[in-house]
Design a binder for this molecule. Structure first.
Ligand code: 1CP
Length: 335
């Protein structure tokens, strides 16, 4: 068994596996070079050869413990027939949502459109021996937000606009959940050894809506794959102390924590779950002294319990690749 799976499934705390969210991305000059020549981001995500190459870039540079497949959570809306474009400086822009068209999209049509992703997982697997291969999806709530809001909810987001679409929202949420399950199933069939579910916008939900939009659908997904023994890492970002309720309701094998939650509180309160991440990605823009102190803080707090080193969100584009080398060495030297 590879190191990341071993830490999560067997709760082995003798080795701290390390990988980074957004480890393949804009902070790497070799990624920017490919991206410059491939302006259409979705097309890039469907180019098996380039996806394999980009996925392996951080593995070759830093020898991390896991390769996360280069793709995007917005491949789900795309595969359900809603257009997705990435506009420089603005982020994703989705086309008009035709709910009938989405609902009528057949499972095999969706899978056929994602075949290059699955082929890339197989190709990565052939080369990355001894490494875990992480497949991923967005959680139902986060995908619903993008599909209805049609852009990042970072600015000008009003949850009422989404709740007003209650009726269509419920039908749509079910379709999204089924599609997520197909996407996970096919990533596992193609060789993914770990799955991460990103609920990047869980923090937008008022507490009274968490059960219906976050815990329940995520539980159903996690539970569906329990028998496969594939570790599932959940990342319900921004829910504060509700991490505790999340873990009791969803029972994930591993939970990624964000940088707003106190890691001491997590260590004290979360039991029977492996923990991943936490360090604020902005710390990686600071001096090595500050970085060392913060990295050691997480290592000390979680020492003796199953912990996967990672960040509390993705690597920022301004991060120097040498900083990733530095952090990886710190974690590996830690005994
Ligand atoms: O060059 C570019 O402009 C593209 C930047 C980029 C990259 C490198 C985007 C656009 N997506 C990705 C890849 C990506 N996205 C990965 C690759 C694997 C890795 O190395 O980690 C993963 C796991 C994602 C997941 C993803 N996409 C999330 C969940 C994690 C998170 O950051 O919260 C989300 C919310 C997205 C949507 C998305 N795609 C891209 C951007 C800039 C965004 C966020 C936009 C927003 O703020 O709403």
């Amino acid at each position: 068994m590879n190191k990341l799976s071993d830490c999560i499934i067997n709760k082995n705390s003798s080795y701290i596996p390390i990988w980074f969210m957004r480890q393949a991305g804009r902070y790497l000059p070799e990624f920017r070079e490919i991206r410059k020549q491939n302006q259409d981001f979705i097309k890039l995500c469907l180019d098996t050869k380039l996806v394999k190459e980009i996925t392996l870039q951080p593995i070759k540079r830093f020898d991390l413990d896991a390769a996360i497949i280069f793709s995007d959570i917005l491949m789900i809306p795309y595969g359900l027939g809603q257009s997705v474009e990435f506009i420089k400086g603005e982020g994703p822009v989705l086309g008009n949502l035709n709910i009938d068209k989405v609902i009528k999209t057949k499972k095999n049509e969706f899978i056929a459109s994602m075949q290059p992703v699955y082929n890339a997982i197989q190709a990565v697997k052939e080369e990355a021996t001894g490494k875990d291969i992480i497949g991923f999806v967005g959680a139902p709530w986060t995908i619903l937000v993008y599909m209805l809001n049609k852009k990042s909810p970072k600015k000008d987001f009003d949850i009422k606009n989404i709740m007003n679409e209650q009726h269509s929202g419920d039908k749509l949420l079910k379709k999204i959940e089924e599609t997520i399950c197909s996407h996970i199933e096919n990533q596992i069939k193609s060789g993914a050894t770990v799955i991460q579910i990103f609920d990047s916008w869980a923090g937008l939900l008022p507490d009274s809506y968490l059960k219906k939009y976050c815990y329940d659908p995520t539980y159903r997904i996690v539970n569906k794959f329990k028998s496969s023994k594939i570790p599932i890492i959940c990342f319900p970002k921004g829910i504060g102390k509700n991490y505790l309720d999340f873990c009791s309701a969803v029972k994930p094998s591993c939970v990624n924590i964000d940088y707003d939650i106190d890691p001491m509180w997590i260590k004290k309160n979360l039991k029977n779950v492996s923990v991943q991440g936490g360090l604020d990605p902005k710390i990686l823009l600071k001096d090595y002294e500050v970085i060392e102190k913060e990295v050691k803080k997480y290592l000390e707090i979680f020492s003796g319990s199953p912990y996967v080193f990672n960040l509390g969100h993705g690597v920022l584009p301004e991060t120097k690749p040498e900083t990733i080398t530095y952090v990886t060495e710190l974690v590996r030297r830690n005994k």
